[in-house]
Design a protein around this ligand. Structure first.
Ligand code: PLP
Length: 339
């Protein structure tokens, strides 16, 4: 077995391999990623929301990442990583663990670059997300009760069979790739004052810090559910201990382990980080559907909930939040409407 397939000492509770360079990417890396992203994905619209602008007495814009193929921003990172893949990993290809959007991103990228993809999902994974990954050509394997069990299985398979393990956050190319959304915001709205962003593994928020945070005067604010506060704790307390709470309605930001590389970036660069309630997440999903006719996942509502904590402080300001994904399943939509 080639030595690069043996795990190395990991700073966090996940497995990393020698090919995982945990040096955080830079703003220059985001500009480099854009050359790839531009060739494979459309630019996403930045659209003013009249209902939210009225609510906050501010100029509020939605960055419509839900309009990308796969319906979520993560595909920007997937294509960036696959474009730079070492030839030695083309066979047997990529492996990832995911409950949804990360798996679809890697599956999309594998198809675009003709690299086989395996995704390990929990036994009870949402069937429509599984079908979406399979349609993109991925082999989906079911394992375990939750994301962490599936993740450990994917890590073991990577070690045993030599797949290139696409970690959900400790990947400079993923962060640089998703950061290209921030470059688009900077170009379209250089006077942005605030950017509110949901945090799961932290790649998206890190990407906005490297772009909107670096290139404009804007304040970048992260948001996570108080029911799944692992990354918030790591950011506030400076450690990488897993959290035992992961009961959020928003599976896109349900992370029980903080990830070393993104925690480092966010501790250096994120201006503020808010915890929001589960009720506020459901309210955000409902309000965007009813008022803006936008179907978005619970994860995106974390940003809206954090904006509502700021309240009057946003008066007169120019505010952006990403509609990070639209893969909301029907039961969750129903739960948000029934609330
Ligand atoms: C993954 C995801 C997030 C969280 O992004 P991270 O980069 O993991 O912090 C937010 N919203 C949606 C829709 C997602 O799929």
């Amino acid at each position: 077995m080639p030595p690069e397939y043996d795990p190395v000492e990991s700073p966090d509770a996940t497995t990393v391999f020698p090919y995982h360079d945990l040096t955080p990417p830079t703003t220059a890396d985001v500009y480099r990623a854009r050359r790839v992203v531009r060739d494979h994905l459309p630019r996403t619209p930045l659209v003013r929301s009249e209902p939210l602008s009225a609510e906050f007495d501010a100029d509020v814009y939605l960055k419509r990442e839900d309009t990308l193929p796969t319906g979520a921003f993560k595909v920007r990172g997937g294509v960036t990583l696959a474009a730079g893949l070492d030839d030695e990993f083309r066979d047997p290809g990529l492996i990832a663990a995911s409950t949804g959007n990360h798996g679809q991103s890697v599956a999309y990228a594998g198809r675009a670059f003709d690299v086989p993809v395996t995704v390990v999902v929990p036994e009870d994974a949402n069937p429509s997300k599984v079908t979406a990954m399979e349609r993109l050509g991925a082999e989906v394997r079911h394992y375990g009760d939750d994301f962490d069990a599936a993740r450990e299985r994917a890590e073991a398979l990577a070690a045993d069979e030599g797949y290139r393990y696409v970690h959900s956050a400790n990947e400079p190319d993923l962060v640089a790739g998703v950061g290209t959304a921030g470059l688009e915001v900077v170009e379209d709205l250089p006077d942005v004052d605030y950017l509110f962003c949901p945090v799961g593994g932290g790649s998206s928020a890190a990407g906005y810090c490297l772009t909107v945070g670096e290139l404009t005067d804007a304040t970048v604010v992260g948001a996570q559910s108080e029911a799944a506060p692992a990354m918030h704790r790591a950011w506030a307390e400076g450690h990488l201990r897993p959290s035992d709470r992961m009961g959020t309605f928003a599976e896109g930001i349900a992370t029980s382990v903080p990830f070393a590389m993104t925690v480092r970036l966010l501790r250096d660069r994120l201006d503020d980080f808010r915890l929001v309630s589960e009720d506020a997440l459901r309210a955000g999903v409902r309000d965007l559907l009813v008022e803006d006719s936008v179907v978005m996942e619970g994860a995106c509502a974390a940003a809206v909930a954090a904006m509502r904590q700021y309240g009057d402080d946003l008066r007169g300001e120019t505010v952006v939040f990403p509609v990070s994904g639209r893969n909301l399943d029907v039961e969750k939509l129903q739960a948000a409407l029934d609330d």
